[in-house]
Every structure is written in C-alpha cells, then in structure tokens.
Design a protein around this ligand. Structure first.
Ligand SMILES: O=P(O)(O)OC[C@H]1O[C@H](OP(=O)(O)OP(=O)(O)O)[C@H](O)[C@@H]1O
Ligand SMILES: Nc1nc2[nH]cnc2c(=O)[nH]1
Length: 178
C-alpha cells in the first residue's frame, strides 16, 4: 500500500503533535460544557479517535454518515443523510470533527441542520483544510493543516475506500488512477 504513495504531505509525527495541541485548546474551550463530539463517517474516525484522547474533559460522542453524490474524487453538491445522530442536539454544545473541508458542501449542510435542530453552539475542528476547493463559504474554528488543491489520502481519507489506514497524509502516484 505504501508503495502507491508519491509524496507525503503531512507526516505521522506532525499529525500526532498537532492533534495534541488541538486537544489542549479544545480541553480549555469545552471545560464543564459536556460537548457532543460529532464524527462525520467514515473519514473522521482516525482523527476523532486521537483527538478525543487528547481532550481532558467529559464529553459525549455520536456519529453521522452523509454522502455527497458524485464520482470517487468529485462531489456533485447534493448531500444525503445515510445515518443520523442518535442524540438530540437541542441545547447542546456541538463539536463537529472532520478529516477535510474541501468544497464546504458537506459541513454547510450539516451546520444548517444543527441550527434548525436548535443546538446551543456549533464549532468545527478539521484535520485538513483545502481552501482552494471551496464552493460554498465555510470556515472551521480549528484547523490542523492547510493542504494544496490536490486529492489527498490517508489517516481516514480514502480513494475508493482504500488508504484510510495510512498513518500520514499523502498523494497517490498518477498510475493508481489509471
Ligand atoms: O467539503 P466537501 O467537498 O463536502 O468534502 C469533504 C467531505 O468529503 C469527504 O467525505 P466523503 O463524502 O468522501 O465520505 P467518507 O468520509 O466516508 O470517505 C470528507 O470526509 C468530508 O466529509
Ligand atoms: N480522499 C479525499 N476525499 C476528499 N473529499 C474531499 N476532498 C478530498 C480529498 O482531497 N481526498
């Protein structure tokens, strides 16, 4: 699998160090707020797992799965809920955990939904932000790393469901797409 990687953009050490920093910041922000940490399946799982272990606060976790219709690498803009939360978000402090914000469509849809459901506060932490990909305006409250406008894989991010288990963020060799 590692043979398929052309270059590493964010190393395992960089991810782990930044995750500890973000965990400390979020611990201060959410002290005594019992946040509901919402992971967006499936890409957010490795980051959410490491990040919440770096947060020394009482919190709850829940998960949503949404799909944006489209090919493996280009989304169409339509978002559909595949798995909803089990938890009522009304009056809750919500921390959404994402692996990447690209067009911004996925999170824009989810945030509107949480506002409609009367969440008390909504914040976003994303491991990666790809600002050049933005189609709808959206800013995360906490960002791990900025990435260029390239298709990235690893640490949760897939290409046709593979490479999520890489411990770093990388770019695939061109022949993998052939
Ligand atoms: O800002 P956007 O352009 O909406 O892209 C970001 C979304 O795309 C990826 O999810 P994907 O739909 O590929 O699902 P997955 O996490 O299960 O791979 C990623 O995990 C984000 O949720
Ligand atoms: N794997 C992967 N999924 C994405 N979803 C939105 N942007 C990306 C990306 O660069 N890589």
């Amino acid at each position: 699998m590692q043979n398929d990687i052309e270059k590493i953009l964010v190393s395992e050490e960089e991810i782990q160090k930044r995750t500890q920093e973000l965990g400390a910041e979020l611990s201060a922000e959410y002290k005594d707020k019992n946040p509901l940490v919402v992971g967006i399946l499936k890409g957010a799982i490795p980051f959410l797992s490491d990040l919440t272990k770096a947060m020394d606060v009482k919190l709850e976790m829940d998960f949503m799965d949404v799909s944006s219709y489209g090919s493996a690498m280009v989304s169409s803009g339509e978002v559909k809920i595949l798995k909803d939360l089990d938890t009522n978000v009304e009056g809750r402090n919500i921390l959404i955990v994402e692996d990447i914000i690209d067009s911004g469509r996925t999170l824009s849809y989810i945030i509107d939904m949480f506002k409609y459901r009367k969440a008390k506060s909504i914040k976003i932490v994303t491991l990666l932000d790809k600002p050049e990909g933005r189609v709808v305006p959206l800013e995360a409250d906490y960002v791990g790393f900025l990435v260029p406008n390239e298709f990235v894989v690893g640490y949760g991010l897939d290409f046709i469901e593979h490479y999520r288990n890489l411990p770093y963020i990388g770019v695939l060799k061109p022949e993998i797409y052939e």
